[in-house]
Design a protein around this ligand. Structure first.
Ligand SMILES: [Cu+2]
Length: 173
């Protein structure tokens, strides 16, 4: 069968070598990109979109941790975040920061957090945040914390908070 061995073992040519060298690079690129895409963790619930939930690693004795995310309401009527809970914490409250003279205090929003129609509310360090109190164990960087959010209209959704490094001021590395 003349020619057959040549088909099985084609002589190396520059194009083939080029592909062989290029491919590992491409795979490396995909591996680098995938966690970034997975990291973005956006969730949809009815008219609401929950963006990039995150928290911070805590010291061993810290009793509480903040929870941060964005809530976008694409609908034409307001919604209300009425409560939140997490298996990692004894209690989760929505906190607002208020100035008391020159002391910044945290206060629980007892009537929930309004998400205006066609609006976005950002929960971030230094502003409105979720307070996960009575932590059952310290949060470790790289971990995930399940969190359930209950909205008056849209209903209930479970999200996962990415645990960033201690003292982080934003999500991501
Ligand atoms: Cu707080």
């Amino acid at each position: 069968m003349p020619g057959h061995p040549a088909r099985i073992h084609p002589p190396p040519n520059p194009q083939v070598l080029n592909m062989m060298f290029f491919r590992p690079g491409l795979i490396g690129l995909l591996i680098t990109l995938t966690p970034a895409i997975a990291f973005a963790h956006d969730y949809k619930l009815g008219a609401l979109e929950i963006g990039q939930p995150w928290t911070r690693a805590t010291a061993p004795t810290a009793p509480s941790a903040g929870g941060f995310l964005t809530i976008t309401n694409k609908g034409t009527v307001p919604d209300l975040l009425v409560s939140a809970k997490s298996p990692a914490a004894g209690l989760v409250q929505v906190h607002q920061m208020t100035m008391d003279g020159n002391i910044m205090r945290m206060r629980a929003l007892e009537h929930g957090l309004e998400i205006p129609a066609r609006g976005t509310v950002t929960l971030a360090p230094g502003g409105i945040h979720l307070m996960m109190m009575n932590l059952k164990e310290p949060l470790t960087q790289g971990g995930k914390v399940p969190l359930t959010l209950v909205f008056e209209r849209a209903g209930t959704i479970e999200v996962e908070l990415d645990v960033e490094r201690m003292g982080a001021t934003r999500a991501g590395p």
